[in-house]
Write a protein that binds this ligand. Structure first.
Ligand code: F6P
Length: 558
């Protein structure tokens, strides 16, 4: 499975280091972008690629033909294609949890072959996936047509998805992106264990008409189980304890725990441990999306992702969008030393896309050791953040334009809106394009001086203001352009980033599919919980934690 050649890998990194450190043959700095556009008017054509409905323009980065060739050598030396194929054939590439990574099977057609398991014959993942999808489809339609009703005989108008992390972010993001005024049901997402979240949601719901989905891969997550218990009491109060089961559905791999919670097997939609939390929106965890947007929309979402899967599995690396996006990120992060990645969707419907990517990227790539347990030789995942444009322009983009360290940006633009306000949309697009251009071009001292002189400013004033007004430029960005935002294009977009993360994990040689770091906080929270009732256990904590515990208890009047 691991065909990577340590020597070839070291050579590929070394070749990239040379390119990143020495000036280019024309004397320009390796991180500069403006000279590349000046030298090659067809740069856009040369450094953009298409797959399905997606155009990726990476020309506003410091990638040259030489850099791209060296990055492709790196991908080859790291055996990205071999690792990809190992994933697709169901091998346990999540080595620390001894699990396969088969989210591609969740969106595969019925006749596709995705096998898993160590023994022969290996299990047919696709058949099981479609059995669950068929049940999800029938359930969704039965809720929509009123065949399935609540405990008092009323139809369901609202669905609440209780889940956190991957059991919340993906479905919440997709539902927000795709719901319309004509959507068949309202969907709500309850994730935080903070009771204020539930109190804010409760007034908008009628318990007798609310369907509750308890979405948890493990069905043990503290936040989710706490909220599930709250809602069970709330629904029972409205429809009676004997009928509460009609309102509850479980989406989980832990069928014993769902039964113990009291959810009948017929209302449990399972999936397997080869679905990672941050890839679970395609599994039964996506049921809230199907209920919110309708089954056909959910099926189109899966088909969109499948389109990107087929591209990722078959396109040559130099035309493979996830490979290119991943390698451009590696150039920015590892070679040019830019520690962050900013994602700016210029579409309000994608407001939660950056949050989804934060989990996808940072939970996957936030690792400090390689697959063998040795310290990672290179920086791994960047810090990811973002907001929809244009709002971002009026909050943190100042730092992106003029801060001391460049922040690479991914712009996501949608050519055609689904509203009747063309002037608003033109302004939205103009701003997105302008930000990318401004970051790349900047504004030189000469340009600003000429402008200030034209305004009639005195020489002393020009000199005083000049350094503040210079924008250095040469700040990299990718632009991802979609024709529309619909289930099919969104499926492609999400899968693009999933595979990009895979590519980067493969190049860095890390396990992008576990998340042991999250466990420590969970364990410590479990230990602290009783101390919020009984007071700190002497000697159990550092003086800060003990001091804060005592102060909280004092403020609570204990
Ligand atoms: O945050 C850690 C994590 O395990 C995520 O990977 C997962 O998406 C989330 O918790 C929720 O877990 P579960 O679906 O088991 O409730």
């Amino acid at each position: 499975m691991d065909e990577s050649q340590p020597d070839a890998l070291a050579e590929a990194w070394a070749a990239l280091d040379v390119l990143a450190q020495a000036p280019r043959p024309d004397g320009s700095a390796p991180g500069s972008i403006r000279p590349l556009f000046a030298a090659a008017p067809d740069r856009f054509t040369r450094f953009s690629a298409r797959a399905g409905d997606i155009l990726l323009d990476y020309s506003k980065t410091a990638i040259t033909e030489g850099v791209l060739a060296a990055l492709l050598d790196l991908a080859r030396a790291a055996d990205v294609e071999g690792r990809r194929d190992a994933m697709a054939t169901g091998l346990p590439i999540n080595v620390t949890e001894r699990r396969a990574v088969l989210h591609m099977a969740l969106r595969a057609p019925r006749d596709a072959v995705f096998k898993t398991g160590p023994g022969e014959p290996r299990e047919d993942a696709t058949a099981e996936v479609h059995a669950v999808l068929d049940r999800m489809r029938d359930f969704t339609r039965a809720v929509h047509d009123g065949t399935l009703r609540g405990g008092t005989g009323l139809t369901f108008t609202d669905v609440v998805n209780i889940g956190i992390g991957g059991s919340d972010l993906g479905p919440a993001m997709v539902t927000r992106a795709l719901r319309t005024a004509h959507s068949p049901m309202r969907a709500h997402y309850l994730s935080n264990v903070d009771g204020h979240a539930w109190e804010a949601l409760r007034p908008h719901l009628d318990a007798a008409r609310t369907l509750v989905l308890v979405a948890s891969k493990t069905f043990t997550t503290q936040e989710t189980m706490t909220n599930a218990a709250l809602l069970r009491d709330w629904v029972a109060g409205a429809v009676g304890a004997d009928k509460v089961g009609r309102h509850f559905v479980a989406l989980s791999t832990n069928l014993q725990a769902t039964a113990a919670f009291g959810i009948p097997d017929g209302q449990v939609f399972g999936f397997r441990d080869w679905v990672g939390g941050r890839y679970s929106l395609w599994s039964s965890i996506g049921l809230s999306t199907a209920l919110a947007i309708g089954w056909d929309g959910f099926a189109q979402l899966l088909a969109g992702a499948r389109r990107m899967d087929e591209h990722f599995l078959t396109a040559p690396p130099d035309q493979n969008l996830p490979v290119l996006l991943g390698l451009v990120g590696i150039w920015n992060h590892n070679l040019l030393g830019y520690p962050t990645l900013c994602v700016l969707p210029y579409d309000e419907r994608l407001a939660r896309f950056p949050a989804h990517l934060q989990q996808l990227e940072m939970e996957s790539l936030g690792k400090r050791v390689t697959l063998t347990g040795a310290p990672a030789a290179h920086e791994t995942g960047p810090v990811v953040f973002g907001e929809p444009g244009t709002n971002a322009q009026h909050s943190f983009m100042q730092l992106v334009h003029q801060g001391t360290t460049p922040v690479p940006v991914d712009f996501v633009l949608i050519a055609n809106p689904d509203h009747g306000h063309p002037d608003s949309h033109r302004k939205l697009l103009a701003n997105g394009l302008a930000q990318a251009e401004a970051l790349m071009r900047g504004r030189t001292a000469d340009e600003i001086e000429a402008e200030m002189r034209a305004e009639g400013l005195a020489q002393t004033e020009v000199a005083r203001l000049l350094p503040h007004r210079v924008c250095p430029g040469d700040r990299p960005s990718n632009t991802i352009l979609l024709p529309h935002l619909d289930p099919g294009t969104l499926g492609q977009l999400i899968a693009l980033y999933e595979h990009k993360v895979f590519v980067q994990g493969a190049v860095w040689g890390i396990n992008a599919f576990d998340q042991w770091g999250v466990e420590l906080g969970k364990q410590l929270a479990g230990a602290i919980l009783p101390e919020l009732v009984h007071g700190p256990t002497p000697g159990a904590h550092d003086s800060s934690t003990t001091g804060l515990l005592e102060e909280i208890l004092r403020l609570q009047g204990n």
